[in-house]
Ligand binder design. Structure first.
Ligand code: NAI
Length: 250
């Protein structure tokens, strides 16, 4: 129960890595706001948690992380329901992309930057302000990607946004340390979630072979690391990137 007494907001909490992290955090004793653009799935997750014998451990909120006022409202929901906020996991994201020279900026650049980059900035800003107001400190964990540190095919915009997540993390740790706030980025490799499952079987086999265990990472394996990073046991991990890529980047 390493997160006993903590309140966390998890964006993209209705699917994949976020969903696995919601369940892990609840098992570790946290109270969790499941924040997702998909209201129905977020509410379903909360109902499942209630049915699993954790009444009152989770609440749902619909949020589009690309809109600052909605991210602020999601933070406020955590405070209204659970009285405070201790952890934000900026994890909502979209993937995909085209070859650079085929880009229409309005389609292939701007929307992804709004979600994958601006959404993380908004989460850091809104949660940071809440942590400062509480005077309690806090933890900011954000999902980057292996592509945040390297170029890849059809990933021009995605790589840029995920690199920004790493930069935001460093700067946030630097600037917010005086308020007792910690910031960490994680870089997953190939995780078996709907983002990856949309690709062909052949491509998924290739993805798996690129990782040292020869298989896709399970979402719960990422969630285990996030729970540790959110806990006081990880107090010395700050302003850095934790590679959770199954050896992809060796
Ligand atoms: P997923 O598609 O299972 O989950 C993403 C969740 O984010 C969904 O529930 C979706 O509704 C939500 N979402 C999308 N746009 C949103 C918005 N504007 N506002 C609020 N919620 C929104 O995908 P997965 O794989 O769990 O992805 C989570 C994060 O991990 C993303 O940031 C992704 O870029 C990153 N990632 C995933 C990898 C993988 O192999 N699956 C590898 C590296 C990074």
């Amino acid at each position: 129960m390493r997160l006993q007494g903590k309140v966390a907001l998890i964006t993209g909490g209705a699917s994949g890595i976020g969903l696995a992290t919601v369940h892990k955090f609840v098992r570790e004793g946290a109270q969790v706001v499941v924040a997702d653009i998909d209201r129905e799935r977020a509410e379903k997750v909360v109902a499942e948690i209630e049915g699993d014998g954790h009444p009152g451990a989770a609440a749902a909120v619909q949020v589009d992380v690309s809109v600052y006022s909605q991210v602020e409202a999601a933070v406020q929901r955590a405070v209204d329901v659970f009285g405070k906020l201790d952890v934000i996991f900026n994890n909502a994201g979209i993937a995909g992309g085209k070859a650079l020279l085929d880009h229409d900026p309005a389609v292939d650049y701007e929307p992804m930057i709004r979600v994958d980059q601006d959404g993380v900035y908004y989460g850091i800003l809104a949660a940071g302000r809440q942590f400062r107001a509480q005077g309690t400190g806090g933890v900011i964990i954000s999902t980057s990607s292996i592509y945040g540190e390297q170029a890849a095919e059809l990933a021009f915009t995605y790589s840029a946004a995920k690199a920004a997540v790493i930069s935001f993390t460093r700067s946030a740790a630097y600037e917010l340390a005086e308020y007792g706030i910690r910031a960490v980025a994680i870089t997953p490799g190939r995780v078996g979630t709907p983002i990856i499952n949309q690709f062909s079987e052949e491509l998924r086999t290739t993805f798996a072979s690129e990782q040292l265990r020869g298989k896709l990472t399970e979402p719960h394996e990422i969630a285990d690391v996030v729970a540790f990073l959110a806990s006081d046991e990880a107090n010395v991990i700050n302003g850095t990137v934790v590679h959770v890529d199954d050896g992809y980047s060796v």
